[in-house]
Design a protein around this ligand. Sequence first.
Ligand code: NAD
Length: 453
Amino acid sequence: MQIAIIGTGYVGLTTGACLAAIGHQVTCLDSDPAKIEALRRGGVPIYEPFIEEILEEAGERLCFTQSYSDAIPGAEVVFIAVGTPPLADGSPDLQYLRSAAAAIGEHLDGDFTVVVNKSTVPIGSGNWVESLIRESSMARVGRAPAEFAVASNPEFLREGSALHDSLYPDRIVVGADSARAVDVLSNLYRPILEQSFTPPGYLRRPDGVAAIPLVTTDLASAELIKYAANAFLALKISFINEVGRLAEKVGADVTLVAKGIGLDRRIGTRFLQAGLGWGGSCFAKDTSALVATAADYSLSMPIVSAARAVNQQQRERVVEKLLAELKIMKGKTVGLLGLAFKPNTDDLRDAPSLDIARALIARGATVVVHDPVAMPRARSEHASLGVRFCESAEQVADHADALVLVTEWDQYQDLDWAAMAKRARTAFVLDGRHFLDTARMARDGWKCARICG
Ligand code: NAD
């Protein structure tokens, strides 16, 4: 099928590459000329495991453009995957969605097209996008009115395993009021739903994955599914962090508590890792959007609001714990291991590292940082942060009064910690992810503390 994707960021590029790899003809559009130019030259603007390989596999079935008149006419499905970042009041900024919808309406040809909201958008946006497209399509002079339907197809991929999640999702959700639109999207996703595509060697099909459930709903339900899913995952993280604080007081080990409760299949082990809490582009923005939507209907969401507050406090605990250890922050050097909000991505949106660095610098500390992939992005997007970048993780320890393990990159486990202890002024590490083996760290000369329990 002929597909257009508006917005070629983490979601748009991943979706486009996967759909092209399974046989569709895909045009990815972005309003950022530098991004499109880089992609055309074979560059990849994001870090994501296997993205180069799948782009290679997609080959000529995937092309990149800045022009709506290249992308939209002839497309049977148009995905909207533009950003919906948070505004100061917590509600999502819909300016990119508005301009994408208007431009789509101007360029739709006469044939039936399904316009799909893949961006995470507030409940009711499907209807809003439909009216924007209708208005801009009607405003065109001398052309037949476009025939189209709007659907919601929320995205559940995780950065760092985005390609795996796109090819082997737990479920695909399609919300639409038009049965014809649901049919078109079922056909589009058939190779994934039936797992009939040939898996690439670098992204093998997991054992037991045979068919993927398709959940079809009305528009509003699909939109709420996305917010409710992210809010629930956020709750799990904040729940275990709250338990971790109590674990610390009573002398329990929160990692063992998490294991003990997570093996109950009703609960599950995932998203129960105590530590610095969530970051990234989605959980903070989506939980605040959910609370803002509820407020529009005079509802409060105390559970979701509490999860947000607990998450923020986890970041503040870093400063509290360092102060307890160092007593005075002014003039001290603190090394941060990891900048990305989680491993296997270079995404720095709402990364705990940024809040932590700002808080330490505000108290007079010098902050030195390392990340295996996110440093170029940090240098360009956060030049004013005021941290010193180190080319190696080992350098972060040089003359450091304390280290904070912020992102659990695998390679940080294999560092020569014994040698680093000798380079540090004080061999103290605060493990923000309950990731380091405390017994081994002690053997290597480190005093190791955890963020909770
Ligand atoms: P992103 O910022 O990486 O990409 C958005 C892209 O849209 C940018 O490249 C931007 O230049 C482009 N853009 C903005 N306005 C445009 C326009 N009018 N026309 C063409 N291009 C335009 O964002 P992302 O992380 O890919 O997220 C996209 C959406 O998907 C968001 O709503 C997000 O909440 C949702 N989502 C993201 C993830 C994730 O892990 N990143 C997961 C699930 C859902």
